[in-house]
Write a new protein. Structure first.
Length: 247
């Protein structure tokens, strides 16, 4: 794993990071020297594995069961991070849900579930973390999606929730300045394995100007950049999509 940032002495909380992209981001922070806490809701076994992997990097680590849709659970999670690490420098709002549903088949329950996790979750997590982040001139990094910038016909509720997250990022950047910088990383097609047998992923990669799907490392580098670069960058949406959004 290529590490371009030095995060030693920093404390990071990544929500929904027991598996997949969240786990990759958490490990990248640990590789860069940060103490890392993750939240999880149901993936307890994966969370234990991720916790062990984080500790193997020689940093302090926590795995906290917390639902990002619950203000009290997220407040408790932040308290555990501040108590365990002595403060909080970076909040990464990664926890999200995703599904493919034809527009006319989207139920109200599906719509509400999407917004509860993808938009309400980052709002709640940031609000309860703000006092701790202010003390360290911290950063908030929201994990959005190309779907929040470009419409996908079979993901209307997902796209709408991620578009709302883009506006929330910009509103929070103004509301929490000058102490806290708030930005959004919007991945495009990101694959964690071999796409040679995935017809859809291969088709999307062919349409991408960079002629490949993205990797977790591509996203990690953008997140680490925003976590460690000048505090003057705020309210921005960084598309990590190989140019797919230009098509």
């Amino acid at each position: 794993m290529r590490v371009m940032s030095d995060m030693r002495g920093k404390s990071v909380l990544v929500t929904g990071a027991a598996r997949r992209l969240g786990r990759s981001m958490a490990l990248a922070f640990a590789q860069a020297g940060a103490d890392v806490a993750i939240t999880y809701r149901t993936s307890e076994r994966d969370a234990r594995d991720t916790l062990a992997a984080l500790k193997s990097k020689g940093v302090r680590a926590l795995a906290i069961r917390a639902d990002v849709r619950s203000e009290s659970e997220m407040a408790d999670a932040v308290d555990q991070v501040v108590g365990g690490f002595g403060g909080l420098d970076v909040l990464v709002n990664n926890a999200a849900v995703y599904e493919t549903v034809q527009f006319e088949d989207i139920t109200l329950e599906q719509w509400d579930r999407m917004f509860d996790t993808n938009t309400r979750g980052p709002f709640l997590a940031t609000r309860v973390a703000a006092p701790a982040l202010r003390k360290r001139k911290g950063r908030v990094i929201n994990i959005g999606s190309l779907g929040g910038i470009r419409p996908w016909s079979t993901h209307a509720h997902y796209c709408a929730s991620k578009a709302a997250l883009v506006m929330l990022t910009q509103a929070m950047a103004k509301a929490l300045a000058p102490e806290i910088a708030v930005n959004c990383v919007a991945p495009g097609m990101i694959c964690t394995g071999d796409i040679s047998n995935d017809e859809f992923a291969t088709k999307i990669a062919a349409k991408t100007p960079m002629k490949r799907a993205g990797s977790p490392e591509d996203v990690n580098e953008a997140v680490l950049f925003l976590a460690s670069s000048t505090h003057f960058i705020t309210g921005q949406v960084f598309a990590v999509d190989g140019g797919l959004g230009l098509e």
